[in-house]
Design a protein around this ligand. Structure first.
Ligand code: PGA
Length: 242
C-alpha cells in the first residue's frame, strides 16, 4: 500500500485529478471503477473542469460503479444513478451506455447481481476508486462481509444508515438494503485508489492501514492487494503512526 498524505483537500484532489487525467490520456479506453458518497465529489468537479478547459475526452471510457440502494427508483433523487449523472456524467462527453451501475430496482435482484458479475468478468477495471465508511466498509460491504464475495444484496449497517440519513428527510426514508460489488469483485481491479478526508474517517483509516487484516475491518483486506494507493488529508491521517 502506498499512502499519500496531503495538507488539505484542495491539494489532495488536485493531485488525484491529475493522476486520473494522465491515466485517461494514456489509455482512452480505460475502465474506471467509480464510487459515490461525498468524498469523491471534488474529484468529479476537478475532472469536469479539466474536460471543459483541456478537452480530456471520455468518449471511449467506460465506468462501473460500486453500488446502488435497493428500494429507490432509478430516477429517485438519492439514487446513485441520479447522483452520478448529476455530479459527473452529464458534464463530460461519456456515452451514458458506457456507464454501469447495478440496478436497485430490478425485479429479480439476484439475477441483476449475477448480470453485474458477468459484466465485471468481461471488463477488468483498470482503476477502482473507493471511499471508506466510518466502520471501514468499502462499497456497501459492511463489517463481517466475506472477502471473496462477488456482487451481492446486503443489509446496511446502522453506522451506514446513520451516516446517510443526511441525504433523506427522515430515517424512515433511508434504504435498508443495497446491491454492491463484493470485496472479491473489488479486489480484481488492476489498481485501487482509496480516498478519505476528515477526522471522522481517522479510526477506520488507522485500522485499515495499521491493523490486522480482519473481516471486522473490510478495507483492511486492501493490505493484500498488490497495487493500492491511499489518498488522505491530514485529518483522516491523524491517528497514523508517524
Ligand atoms: P462518504 O461515504 O464519502 O459520503 O463519507 C463513503 C462511504 O461510505 O464509502
Amino acid at each position: 500500500m502506498e499512502v499519500f498524505i496531503f495538507e488539505n483537500k484542495k491539494e489532495l484532489f488536485e493531485n488525484l485529478a491529475k493522476k486520473y487525467v494522465d491515466a485517461i490520456n494514456k489509455n482512452p479506453n480505460i475502465k474506471l471503477g467509480l464510487a459515490t458518497g461525498s468524498t469523491p465529489v471534488p474529484l468529479y468537479a476537478a475532472l469536469i473542469k479539466d474536460h471543459q478547459v483541456n478537452k480530456t475526452s471520455y468518449k471511449d471510457v467506460s465506468t462501473f460503479n460500486l453500488d446502488e440502494y435497493i428500494g429507490l427508483s432509478e430516477g429517485h433523487e438519492q439514487s446513485y444513478r441520479t447522483f452520478m449523472n448529476k455530479t459527473f456524467f452529464n458534464h463530460i462527453d461519456i456515452k451514458l451506455t458506457n456507464t454501469h451501475i447495478p440496478s436497485g430496482s430490478a425485479k429479480d435482484l439476484k439475477l441483476e447481481a449475477k448480470a453485474y458479475d458477468e459484466l465485471l468478468k468481461e471488463n477488468q477495471i483498470d482503476i477502482q476508486l473507493l471511499g471508506i465508511g466510518t466502520n471501514a466498509h468499502i462499497g456497501f460491504n459492511e463489517p463481517g462481509s466475506d472477502f471473496d464475495s462477488e456482487t451481492i444484496i446486503v443489509d446496511l449497517a446502522k453506522e451506514t444508515k446513520d451516516a446517510n440519513v443526511r441525504f433523506f428527510s427522515s430515517m424512515d426514508e433511508v434504504p435498508t438494503k443495497a446491491i454492491t460489488m463484493g470485496i472479491g469483485s473489488i479486489l480484481k481491479a488492476k489498481k485501487i485508489i482509496l480516498v478519505a478526508t476528515g477526522s471522522n474517517k481517522a479510526k477506520a483509516i488507522k485500522n485499515t492501514i495499521e491493523g490486522k487484516v480482519t473481516t471486522d475491518v473490510p478495507a483492511s483486506i486492501l493490505q493484500k492487494h498488490p497495487n493500492v494507493e491511499i489518498y488522505l488529508d491530514k485529518d483522516a491521517a491523524k491517528l497514523l503512526n508517524k
